[in-house]
Design a protein. Structure first.
Length: 471
């Protein structure tokens, strides 16, 4: 809900970093700011309030947030900067010392970002939030400067997942509906359990209500997101399963298209895969033919060191089952390069494993040693040096480029269902197919339209075609 008290501030900017779940948080924060009477600034340079919704999965993510902060300070030194997200949760004291930060709001208190943005702060560091208004924050510079307020709880005693509402007034054509947060896995490289807390789910009723509101507003495609999405419902009473939620959305709402973001390999149940066969067929699939399964490595030795809860043969079986039940699906994976102890031979196992699978895209990223994780000590003992990481990353990017090109080529002459996006030039409109391919459609078309497009040719990284009908 928007807070009651407004200060003399007119415009805001939210800068999102990281995953879809983080972006969904940012969309919700922006929505509440608008409901509180603020306007979205055309650029961070003109905003009175700038919210940095950060990621901290790698050291590079932290550096990106700090670099953006420095840019804001140069362009707009009078802006009130609020730091939130995973970096704020992982290292609140470090963030509070950064020049120009007015407030640090960890994920544990993310529902209070708007209060921080509108000029409130914690009067003392206790779990029970106690707020006092700060007068005149958006007028002349305050003297002496206020120390950055920190709202943070390492135990997540105040984490309220549903308190950041679905951004129903979002300007996006494909908004994210965050239905789950936190993670109970303990992968040796991952800081997320520390920055997000235990797994928590939004209730079935709230999820269905958000979907129905999206449909009523004219939305066409909605993306389900979460930190460990496949664990949705396990913490509810009575407990439920992710595939039950997906089935309920498709059976009980009129949502034209549902897309699922990343789901761990062990959570791709037969019932979930069967829904792709049931709802992912036909001219306009209601369940987008798009599956993302984090892999991280194809070598069993590395997966065990990572404390991943599956073996390569389990992963391969899931991918093959998805391909069999849903031909034409885009199937993607995350792959980590340079995990401690990854030799040339172990990397070759990963390369050969990926080469043998019907994957269509990869997110390839280098290992980043995060303090507080088990792999941090491994990195000190058996690091993989930068040149090897670069060579391996390039090799995988070349491999997947060939796979993706062949995948795209297979659709030339066929028809795909797409949703139009806001981007266009004088003669063509950008769109996204249900199977996660960029499609450049002839003509200037309104965003948020489901269309059938005849594919004429491939492009550098997508497809080109002509609209033949609305879905």
């Amino acid at each position: 809900m928007p807070v009651d008290r407004l200060v003399d501030v007119a415009e805001y900017h939210v800068e999102n970093f990281g995953c879809r779940a983080s972006r969904a948080d940012g969309e919700a924060i922006a929505s509440v700011l608008r409901l509180s009477g603020l306007s979205e600034a055309t650029d961070a340079r003109f905003a009175n309030v700038v919210v940095l919704n950060t990621c901290s999965v790698t050291a590079e993510a932290d550096r990106s947030a700090r670099a953006y902060l420095r840019r804001v300070r140069r362009m707009n030194p009078q802006a009130r900067v609020v730091f939130t997200g995973c970096y704020a949760q992982r290292a609140p004291e470090e963030v509070a010392k950064l020049d120009g930060v007015a407030a640090v709001v960890g994920n544990s208190h993310k529902s209070r970002v708007v209060e921080a943005a509108l000029g409130f702060r914690v009067s003392r560091p206790t779990r029970e939030a106690s707020f006092v208004p700060l007068q005149g924050l958006f007028k002349a510079a305050v003297s002496p400067p206020q120390a950055a307020a920190i709202w943070h709880d390492p135990l997540f005693a105040h984490a309220e997942l549903a308190s950041l509402p679905f951004a129903r007034d979002a300007h996006q054509t494909r908004p994210n509906l965050k239905i789950q947060d936190g993670c109970g896995n303990r992968c040796s490289f991952c800081i997320i359990p520390t920055t997000r807390g235990r797994s928590r789910s939004v209730s079935m009723a709230e999820c269905l209500g958000a979907v129905e509101a999206f449909v009523e507003s004219g939305g066409k495609e909605l993306v389900l997101s979460g930190i460990n999405l496949g664990r949705w419902g396990r913490d509810l009473s009575p407990a439920s399963r992710f595939e039950e939620l997906v089935a309920s959305i498709l059976e009980h709402t009129a949502l034209p298209r549902l897309r699922i973001s990343s789901v761990e390999p062990m959570d791709w149940s037969r019932d979930l895969i069967a829904l792709f066969h049931q709802y992912g067929a036909g001219a306009s699939p209601r369940l987008a033919r798009h599956a993302h399964l984090p892999l991280q490595a194809g070598a069993d030795t590395i997966l065990r060191a990572m404390h991943r809860r599956y073996r390569p043969w389990h992963y391969a079986a899931k991918v093959e089952e998805i391909r069999a039940k849903s031909p034409g699906s885009a199937i993607g994976a995350d792959v980590m390069i340079g995990f401690p102890g990854e030799t040339d031979a172990l990397f070759q196992e990963t390369y050969d494993f990926i080469a043998a699978l019907p994957l269509t895209y990869l997110h390839v990223f280098p290992f980043s040693a995060r303090p507080g994780t088990a792999a941090f000590a491994m990195h000190e003992a058996t690091p993989v040096h930068g040149e090897a990481v670069k060579e391996r990353k390039d090799a995988l990017k070349s491999l997947i480029a060939g796979k993706n090109a062949a995948f795209r080529q297979s659709f030339v002459g066929s028809t795909l269902s797409v949703v139009t996006l806001a981007d266009h030039d004088a003669s063509r409109t950008e769109a996204l197919s249900d199977n996660f391919l960029k499609v450049s459609v002839a003509g200037v078309l309104a965003p948020n339209q489901l269309l059938q497009v005849r594919i004429a040719a491939t492009s550098v990284d997508g497809l080109r075609g002509d609209a033949i009908s609305a879905s």
